[in-house]
Design a binder for this molecule. Structure first.
Ligand SMILES: *Cc1c(COP(=O)(O)O)cnc(C)c1O
Length: 442
């Protein structure tokens, strides 16, 4: 089994006090020490999936692992992935800067995105980012112009839309024809011609695609590889080039609930290498850009239960239990109807409570702020600490200050030690960027 197939961090246990512990740290103690809501990240789980990926592809010599930073980009996370030998897929100045300040060799960084600004492109060039994934005609011209001004050559990949529909939520599908990302296959010749004959500062190295996220069907990846190889063969022949890089993006699924059965990373590797071997073309470098499957399982969020409410609808009882966080620290349920598993951390105290069906509601002023719709739990009471699993990806990275609430802290746990890796925001932080014009001052 690979780590993305686990619902909980791999170090999760019930300790001698009857509490859930992760990374050897008692979750009730963490909640007490750091407060809630609290993001907890397990280092062993994170390093475990990195090694799963590396082992799975060990027979394919030219694999380059790039972490998709957008899933969770903090300096300590970058340090761990750098130690594990990963490069970084970035999509903004902020991600590029975080990676740079964390001491990463910038040649291992790729800059991706469908509307990179001049300022971002300049920063990326100044910091010597290794690859640009060029998304559209506008960007190709702008990038070439800025590179010319700076007298630089830029290594690029072409972001393609391979026209694959994978079965996932429509907001996280990216490979279908009507996607906002990339060149569709009918535009490839035109852009290649421009790069070869006009944009002298752009050096085309290969192609890039990313077909979606939370994908369980490996066949989608086989189809993608097939389309990209054919495209490379075609471009090479037509333009007399030797493209030798293929970035197949990320997208492998994780296990949010017991019903989810994501594939093993080994099987993903088999599907990809098999598709490669079917072709005569030598493609020395494959980039893989997993985000969710790298970081999701390692993260959990702790909340404290507060108020609850019972409503009687047509003699059907619905019980809401509210916690001290919600859609601002985890927007996924309200954005994508995402599902999660939660448990009370004090397992022994809960063992003699009756179970009931509850809906875990957030504290934000939106009716849609529901973290889990209907879950069976030992009757939650005010003061209980709840652990929501698999929140490492697209939680903190999508967090907001909605309702002017401070973003939670994040701690890294390992071998019974816990360290803050993101400080909890303070009230002062919330007004830090505000300014009152003189005429309004009191
Ligand atoms: C979002 C994204 C990824 C990562 O996707 P996951 O589903 O988190 O693995 C990789 N590559 C590109 C281009 C992306 O936009």
């Amino acid at each position: 089994m690979s780590v993305n197939q686990f619902l909980k961090p791999i170090t999760t246990e019930v300790n001698e006090k009857g509490h859930i512990s992760i990374g050897g740290c008692d979750l009730a103690d963490l909640a007490k020490k750091y407060g809630t809501p609290l993001y907890v990240l397990d280092e062993e789980t994170l390093r475990g999936i990195c090694r799963d990926y590396k082992n799975a592809f060990k027979d394919y010599p030219n694999i380059k692992m790039m972490y998709a930073s957008k899933a969770l980009c903090t300096s300590a996370v970058v340090r761990i992935l750098d130690e594990e030998g990963f490069g970084f897929d970035t999509v903004s100045s902020g991600e590029i800067y975080t990676v740079y300040k964390s001491g990463v060799d910038m040649s291992k960084v790729l800059f991706n995105g469908n509307n990179k600004t001049r300022k971002e492109i300049e920063l990326a060039l100044d910091l010597k980012v290794g690859r640009f994934s060029v998304d559209n005609f506008y960007e190709a011209e702008l990038l070439n112009q800025i590179a010319e001004e700076k007298d630089l050559n830029v290594d690029i990949l072409l972001r393609l839309t391979p026209g694959i529909e994978c079965h996932t939520h429509e907001y996280i599908q990216t490979g279908q024809i009507d996607s906002k990302f990339g060149f569709d296959l009918t535009q490839v010749d035109e852009i290649t011609d421009l790069i070869v004959n006009k944009y002298k500062n752009l050096k085309l190295k290969g192609v890039h695609a990313h077909i979606g996220s939370q994908i369980f069907e490996l066949k989608s990846f086989a189809d993608e590889v097939e389309i990209l190889i054919k495209e490379i063969e075609r471009i090479n022949k037509k333009f007399n080039l030797k493209l030798d890089e293929m970035n197949i993006g990320g997208g492998l699924g994780v296990k949010y609930t017991e019903e989810d059965c994501p594939p093993d990373v080994k099987d993903l590797a088999d599907v990809i290498t098999e598709a490669m071997h079917k072709h005569s073309v030598e493609i020395p470098v494959i980039y893989l850009e997993p985000g969710r499957s790298i970081i999701s399982t390692a993260g959990v969020t702790l909340y404290t239960v507060g108020s609850s409410k019972t409503v009687n609808i047509d003699s059907k009882i619905k019980r809401y239990v509210s916690v001290d966080g919600g859609m601002a620290d985890n927007p996924r349920p309200s954005m994508y109807q995402a599902e999660y598993l939660a448990e009370g951390v004090n397992v022994s105290a809960l063992s003699n409570r009756v179970k009931e069906k509850v809906t875990i509601a957030g504290r934000y002023c939106e009716s849609g702020d529901i973290i889990i719709n209907e879950i069976e739990l030992p009757k939650p009471q005010a003061g209980d600490v709840l652990c929501v699993y698999n929140t490492g990806a697209y939680n903190y990275s999508m967090a907001s200050n909605y309702n002017r609430v401070e973003k939670p802290a994040m701690v890294l746990v390992k071998s019974a030690q816990s360290d803050i890796i993101v400080n909890r925001e303070s009230l002062e932080d919330l007004i830090l960027h505000d300014n009152i014009p003189d005429r309004l001052r009191k």
